[in-house]
Design a protein around this ligand. Structure first.
Ligand code: ZN
Length: 248
């Protein structure tokens, strides 16, 4: 997908479409300025993220800390907030949406839940099924928006998997658990709501998951196990090709 006229804004309609893409990428997908310039068809090496930077700071007074502010919202909810921002031409709508308590529906099952375990690893082993389900629920709408396997040239649309790329699900979970385990003697007490919130948020950006058909899921797993530069190159191809066939 390429948006012409991002920098010049030829008409109101193209400007609005470009703004919506940039705001969704920054607030809902949690992409950096450089990543956004990449998906709108600019060379990030040359633009250094300035195109999206101008829209976000100049147009809507957004700061770096706002990146991913709508990441844990449902896709439609995030779209509604972004559309209202464009309509009102300010960030008040965003502040209102992110200021309310219990704003993330995906985290409601974990409210007021604490678990005792000997270590972050022990917690991960116990909650690995839950973490898997949470990831599946969380990425469901994004997967549907992607429609077909992300591997370049593949048109498979059925039975797509959400596949971790650089770090595996258990590693990301343990990283989050470490932050919210309070040690009392030999036992940790984990705040599950906080752990799950951070765990899901560590998936922000372009490089964490891809939506792949069964065949390419297996290919990726095999390549990951082989490791090395070939695997990293494959991941790069996947993430840059992603937005080429995403309709948003
Ligand atoms: Zn495929």
């Amino acid at each position: 997908m390429k948006i012409s006229g991002v920098s010049v804004g030829k008409t109101d309609a193209t400007r609005t479409a470009a703004e919506q893409t940039i705001l969704m990428a920054f607030l809902s997908d949690g992409l950096t300025h450089r990543e956004i310039d990449l998906i709108i068809g600019q060379d990030p090496k040359r633009s250094k993220g300035w195109i999206s930077f101008g829209v976000l700071t100049g147009g809507f007074n957004l700061k770096g800390t706002d990146r991913g502010a709508l990441f844990l919202f449902g896709r439609n909810e995030a779209k509604r907030v972004v559309r209202n921002m464009i309509l009102k031409r300010n960030r008040k709508v965003l502040d209102r949406a992110t200021g309310s308590r219990n704003k993330f529906k995906i985290l409601l099952p974990y409210k007021d839940t604490f678990v005792l375990a000997r270590s972050p690893l022990a917690l991960q082993r116990m909650l690995s099924g839950e973490a898997r389900n949470a990831i599946q629920r969380f990425f469901e709408s994004r997967k549907r928006a992607t429609k077909i396997c992300q591997m370049q040239g593949c048109r498979e649309a059925k039975g797509l998997d959400t596949v971790h790329l650089l770090r595996t699900r258990p590693i990301l979970f343990i990283k989050a658990a470490r932050k919210f385990g309070v040690k009392a003697g030999k036992i940790y007490r984990f705040d599950i709501h906080a752990v799950m919130e951070l765990f899901l948020k560590t998936h922000m950006g372009l490089h964490h998951v891809a939506f792949l058909c069964k065949k390419h899921h297996k290919l990726l797993d095999d390549q990951r196990n082989a490791g090395g530069e070939a695997y990293r190159a494959l991941v790069r191809t996947l993430v840059t090709g992603f937005y080429a066939h995403t309709s948003r």
